[in-house]
Design a protein around this ligand. Sequence first.
Ligand SMILES: *Cc1c(COP(=O)(O)O)cnc(C)c1O
Length: 351
Amino acid sequence: MSRYLIDRYQSLEAYVPGEQPRDMQYVKLNTNESPYPPAPGVVEAVQAEAGRLQLYSDPVCVELRDALAARYGVKRENVFVSNGSDDILNFAFMAFGGPRAYFPDISYGFYPVYAGLHGLEAHPIPLRQDFSIDPVDYMVLDGFIAIANPNAPTGMALEIGQIEDILRANPDHVVLIDEAYVDFGAESCVRLTAKYDNLLVVQTFSKSRSMAGARLGFAIANEGLIADLEKIKFSTNPYSINRMTLAAGLATLKADDVCTANCRRVVDTREVTVDRLRQMGFEVLPSKANFVFARHPHSGGGFLYRQLKARGVLVRHFDSPRIKDFLRITIGTPEQMDVLCAALKHILEAE
Ligand SMILES: *Cc1c(COP(=O)(O)O)cnc(C)c1O
């Protein structure tokens, strides 16, 4: 840190992304990427656009927003797009946070970071003993609320009626529902955006649409909230989505049935993996996401993480008190999960 960094950022702790090691080829199950390639037509669309890189991209993103609006049954004015959903979460904390921000104590690690970045008072709300969110804890709060549904890293989802209760109890504050994993089996609350002007739904192309490397996220909400987000985007970086990513997003939406089929494959693989992990003695939380969160009664999370890494399998381990014995394991292809399960069997038998 230099002596020039202004005071309010000196104590800021940045987000730590999952590792992306270059030393060898791992079976990579640590950052919830899709194991399947981008949809058909995406590579060609990106290549065609690469020849026009001398031109700025469309800052209003008309075509992509119209395609998303058609896909989700809303209007262009209800859709916001930016450079990954992290970008949108940042804008939302900036625009709607404050002076307080509430979110589950075990959730996406970026929420406390954005709260710190924008000088908000962060109020983590403890999950229940079984790692579920208790909607009662979110009734009549005096600030911005962010909830990942399904939650990360637990994978557990709230029902839409429970989210509606939270929206109704907090009419004077924005409730952000982060649906990064919703396409793997949870119920989306997009349709509630017509009814609640305080609901901001955020989704991403990173997981269910195989585009993590392209950086594309979107939000759906009442047009007032979308106009506010546009104002922030046009006050920072109007061209936040580059030409190639805009083209990739459009091509992906044209092949949305392929993405849906890939999600179904991931869900099927998840169910098989959950059974196999339970047979090995793991406790596995009920997941509606493209990952599972699991712990073994006899082996610590840190130990299993290191042993797996030594065997070429990367998973995510969080070294924080309540969840230090858990592993977050991304659901890959059936073949990748075979490698994971075989490695775990060896490790547990060698103990
Ligand atoms: C992966 C993830 C995101 C970020 O998605 P990007 O669009 O890649 O920025 C947001 N929220 C949660 C809960 C996530 O797990």
